[in-house]
Design a protein around this ligand. Structure first.
Ligand code: FES
Length: 107
């Protein structure tokens, strides 16, 4: 299992176990982490699963794909260099210890 830490806008942190192959969005939803709405269920149609990859993990998390870029332009919160749709961010062994920050708003 891989551990992922979600950081709320107020700085509170929740660390959960994630299954390899799941998405970071699924991991958040399945563990009741607040701040990931995922209204489209991972179909890359809503941008309510927006998150910011911690700077220390930006290199390992990989780049956004083209469709993800387009959808992130619709995100409610500021778009940053480290912005990702968490439904497109797949958990792998390399991401054990990943830290993602949640935006202050998703809609
Ligand atoms: S869950 Fe809708 S874009 Fe990620």
């Amino acid at each position: 299992m891989v551990q992922i830490t979600f950081v709320q806008p107020d700085g509170s942190r929740t660390t959960v176990e994630a299954a390899v192959g799941a998405s970071v969005m699924e991991t958040a939803v399945n563990n009741g982490v607040d701040g990931i709405f995922a209204e489209c269920g991972g179909a890359m149609m809503c941008a309510t699963c927006h998150c910011y990859v911690d700077d220390a993990w930006a290199g390992k998390a990989g780049a956004r794909n083209e469709g993800e870029d387009d959808m992130l332009e619709c995100a409610a919160a500021d778009l940053r260099e480290t912005s990702r749709l968490s439904c497109q961010l797949k958990v792998s062994g390399d991401l054990d210890g990943l830290v993602v920050h949640l935006p202050s708003e998703q809609v």
